[in-house]
Ligand binder design. Sequence first.
Ligand SMILES: N[C@@H](CCC(=O)N[C@@H](CS)C(=O)NCC(=O)O)C(=O)O
Length: 283
Amino acid sequence: MERTEHHASFGGRQEVWQHASRSTGTPMKLGVYLPPAALKGEACPVLYWLSGLTCTEQNFITKAGAQQFAAEHGLILIAPDTSPRGDDVPNDPAYDLGQGAGFYVNATQAPWATNFRMEEYVVHELPEVVAALLQQQGVKTSGRQGIFGHSMGGHGALTLALRHPGAYQSVSAFAPIVAPSAVPWGQKVFTAYLGEDRTQWLAHDTVALIPGAKERLPILVDQGADDEFLSQLQPELLKAACEQVGHPFTLNMRPGYDHSYYFIASFMGEHMAHHAAALKAAG
Ligand SMILES: N[C@@H](CCC(=O)N[C@@H](CS)C(=O)NCC(=O)O)C(=O)O
């Protein structure tokens, strides 16, 4: 495990770490923000951010403006890469498949199944990696975890929270892909990673998971009304699914906002407050 970057930020520290991943069989990078409270020895909750298509660990830490709110609320922020990478890792020329497009599932199909194990990585390996690198720096955590993300990463945050009840105490998303089985991005990637059997896809589809959810963790979603990818996102499908079973759900449609990090940064403070409140209430 190696620290490759560190920068003072809002009284805390933004770091980047690299480690050998047993889940993906590749080196993986992650952004780690330590708020001032953590550096002073307070036990802080951990909030995971999952990025969208084409992103690395860098997009969120350089463009979302989240550090100021993490500093204010005393949250440790973890931002992993979106997929395994490397010359020996399968890839595709399109931006929405292969490297940079892990979709937070464990692929079952060749040639992806060996390395593309992002669900295993995020849910099981990452917390161990984070615990180890925090311990190395004498930083304590409260044992509470939240998860949020954008687009493909919004899909990741919602499905991982729903598929692993008890693992996360707060969840939210910016412009998430809520029904991957019903839209081109999801259909293409799920066919490649999970195969032709659509019943396998539904286990990774937020709208399909809501009716049988084991816990009703409140979901906060922000969506730009002028998002150029709205047809791939369709937040109204999630609204309807939540209404049908009484799953607590807040959808903020934001007129004039697109799909970019300008949109994300504009509402980051509200999402961080949502997580801070839920993680504090969870103890
Ligand atoms: N038009 C984009 C589509 C991909 C895209 O918009 N990716 C979003 C997530 S789905 C993103 O966060 N891009 C990186 C950034 O804005 O920093 C491309 O072809 O690169």
